[in-house]
Design a protein around this ligand. Sequence first.
Ligand code: FES
Ligand SMILES: [Fe+2]
Length: 363
Amino acid sequence: MIKNINYTDENVLQQEQDTIFHKSWFFVGLSDKLQNKNDYITYRCGSVSLFVQNFGEELKCFSNICLHRFNNIHTGNEGNGHLICSYHNWVYDDSGSPMVRSACLKEELASCSRPKLEQYEVAICGKFIFVKVNKEDLTSLDKHLGSFYDKLIELSSFFDDIINNETLVLDHKANWKLLVENVLECYHCSSVHKETLVPIGIGGKKPENHYCESGHDKVDYPIRTTALQTEREAKLSFLTKTQYSHKSLQHWYIFPNLFISSTAGNLFYIGKLSPERSDYTKLYAEFVKPKYTELTKKEGMLLNAYAQASLDSSTRVIFEDRAILEDIQKNLSIIPEQKQIFGEEEFRIESFHKNINNIINYK
Ligand code: FES
Ligand SMILES: [Fe+2]
């Protein structure tokens, strides 16, 4: 197990950013966000600031830092636009080269160690886009994901539209490992989520179908039949028409920064982690509708209302967790030499710790 000091020390975080987050492939977003030419997604974490953009023929990934005086090229989390820096309007082409008109700047650039934007590797698995910034690591994405590569392709074949128009960004005053540990168990579900998850039958049942490989991890938390659930299914008959049918809260952790969950195949949640400081982590959330079979017009309308309500309730679940994690973070700095205790229900956290302990020599 890992001592509390490793959740509060900036040097530890820096090591983690270099050797866990940016050592190999990490998740940056869903391909739905890059459907049109010049659509882009940005990603910023530690010493990495980049964007992935649709250049018509292909997706490319470049450093998001302007060569001139280091302003961001793209601002915001996502959008559509040419590569134009807003400070002095330098324009870049699709190879990341600046199209400068002034002769003196051309000379400067020719002698500069960075004549064009640094380019990084980008690869796609189903609808999941991954990036690798470490050029010394030659692992392919399918090797990095192992058998999860095919599983993610299959899973995302059931994804329909993203429900939230803009990515939801949730700041957590907590270390990234606390966010991971929190989603790797549902032991807390019956206490923390008694008004959100318990009424729909989640919590209190032993997880099933656990599968873990190279740090990636998947499990099913069975759903109990509750009065609310039975009433809901009677009113919303379309729920049983989902093409991704299972009676559980299915949870996936794709190492190091992607969370996926499916609530009985009626709503997908896609979460992306970005650890900014040892006590500050950004969580980016998307909610995705699953594909349904042959919905009537009325069912389609009900589905939209249901999706909106599910989004609100899932956001509430994240807030419920966040309040606890932020309190824990404060306490960890008071008792730096102690360690959390993990019991039988927290077996996925033990695998997570084992995996990162193999990568970093924690204090
Ligand atoms: S900083 Fe980008 S154009 Fe000047
Ligand atoms: Fe939770």
